[in-house]
Design a protein around this ligand. Structure first.
Ligand SMILES: [Zn+2]
Length: 214
């Protein structure tokens, strides 16, 4: 880590208005992650934010499928897809980062879900692993070997970002108090944490991360 030629990065996953309790796809307690992000950002040389960034009529929207409602599961681009309310439409206020998020430390923004025919929960690849967002190349070019993740939501975009990061060889720490779950089915968030732990992710809260980083 520090002093060994490698750098750590903090990745803020989808800290956007539409995932806040007042947003179109509300994550309970979603706004709690903002202060955690702001506390931690200063402790990292590299902070990257992902941004769900859908064209209007995106295939993950229930409104794009005749007769469907949010929560239904369809096939999209060859992958099972949970349908959601319209959210994070490019250029609209719902796609903006929460106004209290300190964006001054964010070095890069990675936009995902830009292809109408496939969703992208992970900040690294779309759900078919066909489109690379460029995040892995960016991290590699900066000498990053360890990533710290927080954001929304634990059971979707945080989870898939973490699993992809492990799969392509990064050490991963989940900042547990900086994540909140959708919990479409109660317990989804806890199960997602278990899955990430089983994949080799380390679980720390933000106090522990700050202590670790001195
Ligand atoms: Zn989305």
């Amino acid at each position: 880590m520090q002093g060994k030629g490698a750098m750590d990065a903090l990745i803020l996953v989808d800290v956007q208005n539409d995932f806040m309790p007042f947003g179109a796809l509300p994550v309970p307690g979603g706004d709690d992650v903002v202060s955690v992000a702001n506390r931690l950002a200063h402790a990292f040389q590299l902070v990257v934010a992902s941004q769900d960034w859908h064209p209007p009529g995106h295939g993950s929207f229930a409104t794009a499928h005749t007769g469907a409602v949010a929560g239904d599961i369809v096939e999209l681009g060859g992958a099972p897809q949970v349908l959601w309310p319209d959210h994070c439409v490019q250029q609209l206020p719902g796609a903006s980062f929460h106004s209290a998020l300190d964006v001054t430390g964010i070095g890069h923004v990675v936009q995902k879900g830009i292809d109408a025919g496939i969703d992208s929960y992970s900040a690294f690849f779309d759900n078919n692993h066909a489109r690379d967002t460029g995040l892995s190349g960016l991290l590699r070019s900066q000498g990053v070997s360890t990533v710290f993740l927080l954001g929304l939501a634990t059971d979707y975009c945080v989870k898939y970002t973490a699993l992809d990061a492990r799969e392509i060889g990064f050490d991963v720490t989940i900042v547990t108090d900086g994540c909140r779950a959708v919990d479409l089915t109660p317990g989804d968030g806890e199960r997602a944490l278990e899955e990430m732990r089983a994949a080799g992710c380390r679980m720390l809260d933000s106090d522990q991360v700050l202590q670790l980083r001195g």
